[in-house]
Design a protein around this ligand. Structure first.
Ligand code: FUL
Length: 465
């Protein structure tokens, strides 16, 4: 007799979000006139003549991202200063007026083509705040903003993510007015209309902003998600430019919406390249810690790699990224639990379909589940021989929601169970470092709000950094 699958619990991810969860980590590329003026935020009066990378090479940037294990790239097509990296029909403040390629270049095209060639996804950042445009702060600007977004979403193939920044309003050039313009960030942008447009033009794209709708800001720019970091949140008090850091970091266990966190952090101190910072670029050790604190907490990681004035990534950044990826890949290359024997305190309907063996079969769509009434349960993974281990990865079958409230992992040492690691949310995945230990069995106990459904338990040994 086939046994029925558990009923979903709480808010669920959309198919678009399920695909997003699988992306793990991708690149952010901040590049514009700021790279040439040594600024983080341009005022909007910068001359396009300043934009002149001497050796721009999209392929080398995309190749470095891909070799670094990144699955996509989001480009700042327009930052707050308003300068456009593509020849927009709606402004002259763009590459068109720059000496780069005699004004005939299109950097969005070069990046999107390179991403396609190297088979990674491409996404765009279009700053809502525009310190160059004369209409910023007035209703007319929204037409301009949406016209530009339409260009980006219709001329450059598939877009996997659209990034809506929350920094909005303040002083600027504004077509020569040179004044301060404040806006009401809740109402001014009429986000509902813009979101509908994105859905229509790029139905598979995820939209990022402080409050989603598809993924949310993590509330800090330092490279870590909350612990726990629930994929669900109460969204009522969050919109682009408005959200409380600690709340965004952690989400809400009982949140009404599935809006998982995206951790945005730069490999350098700033978002843009600045001279003399080679020695402060984050090395593989820092990057690995960031990976555990983001991807390891079920968030995605968007790692900023700012090109220098040549228009390529600094060699030292590429090296750090490569070493980081080599380290994480080496760690993940052997799942010590793969194929290991697993027993569970309960298996749904006594059926193999939901049996504990699904946890170590390496298949993403099979999962272990318990009977509806059983919310606290445990599994024991027995290794064929003693092994040194230092990392565990646990994943929930999130298509049925975020069901687990907390978990505890013990390891068996000389025949005795010893507490090893523990936490709250599992959600799409948790990857945790434990003290390196030689063991022959691992016990995972979960407490859940609805019968737990886990896809996998994996065990690794992290090489020394
Ligand atoms: C912030 C911006 O103000 C920064 O310049 C950068 O683009 C970062 C990713 O988002 O809100």
């Amino acid at each position: 007799m086939p046994v029925d699958a558990p009923k979903p619990f709480g808010p669920l991810p959309t198919p678009r979000q399920l695909a997003w969860h699988k992306r793990g980590m991708y690149a952010f590329v901040h590049f514009t006139i700021n790279t040439f003026t040594d600024k983080e935020w341009g005022y909007g009066d910068e001359s396009p003549a300043l934009f002149n990378p001497s050796g721009f090479d999209a392929d080398s940037i995309v190749r470095a991202a891909k070799d670094g294990g990144l699955t996509g790239l989001v480009l700042t097509a327009k930052h707050h200063d308003g300068f456009c990296l593509w020849p927009s029909k709606f402004t002259e403040h763009s590459v068109m007026k720059s000496p780069w390629k005699n004004g005939k270049g299109d950097m969005v095209r070069e990046f999107s083509d390179a991403c396609r060639r190297h088979k990674i996804a491409f996404g765009v950042y279009l700053s809502p705040w525009d310190r160059n445009h004369k209409d910023y702060g007035r209703p007319e600007y929204l037409t301009y903003y949406r016209n530009q977004l339409r260009e980006l979403l219709t001329q450059y193939g598939n877009i996997f993510e659209v990034w809506f920044d929350g920094a909005n309003g303040g002083d600027g050039y504004y077509g020569g007015a040179r004044e301060t313009r404040t806006i009401d960030n809740k109402t001014y942008y009429d986000w509902a209309t813009t979101r509908a447009m994105v859905r229509e033009l790029q139905p598979d794209a995820c939209m990022f902003s402080d409050g989603g709708p598809d993924c949310r800001w993590v509330g800090n720019e330092s490279g870590y998600a909350g612990n726990p970091c629930w994929a669900t949140i109460k969204p009522d008090d969050i919109w682009p430019g408005h959200g409380e850091g600690e709340h965004l970091m952690r989400g809400d266990r009982d949140g009404a919406a599935w809006i998982p966190a995206e951790v945005d952090v730069s490999i350098r101190p700033g978002w843009f390249w600045h001279p003399n910072q080679d020695n402060v670029a984050k090395d593989e050790k820092r990057l690995t810690q960031i990976w555990f604190d983001s991807v390891g907490r079920g968030a995605n990681l968007i790692l900023n790699l700012p090109p220098d004035r040549r228009g390529v990534l600094p060699e030292v950044d590429v090296l750090h990224l490569q070493k980081f990826n080599r380290h994480v890949s080496a760690m993940l290359s052997e799942d010590i639990a793969r194929g290991a024997k697993v027993t569970a305190s309960n298996e749904r309907g006594g059926s193999r379909q939901f049996g504990a063996g699904n946890l170590t079969d390496g298949r993403e769509n099979s999962y272990w589940a318990t009977d509806d009434a059983v919310k606290d349960a445990e599994v024991v993974v027995t290794l064929p021989k003693l092994r040194e281990i230092s990392v565990i990865k646990i994943a929930e079958h999130i298509a049925l929601g975020q069901r687990v409230d907390s978990f505890k992992v013990d390891v068996r040492v000389d025949g005795k169970w010893v507490p090893w690691v523990e936490g709250f949310q599992i959600s799409s995945q948790r990857v945790l470092r434990g003290t390196p230990v030689v063991t022959d069995a691992i016990r995972v106990a979960v407490k859940a709000s609805a019968c737990p459904c886990l896809t996998s338990v994996s065990i690794y040994r992290e090489p020394h950094v």
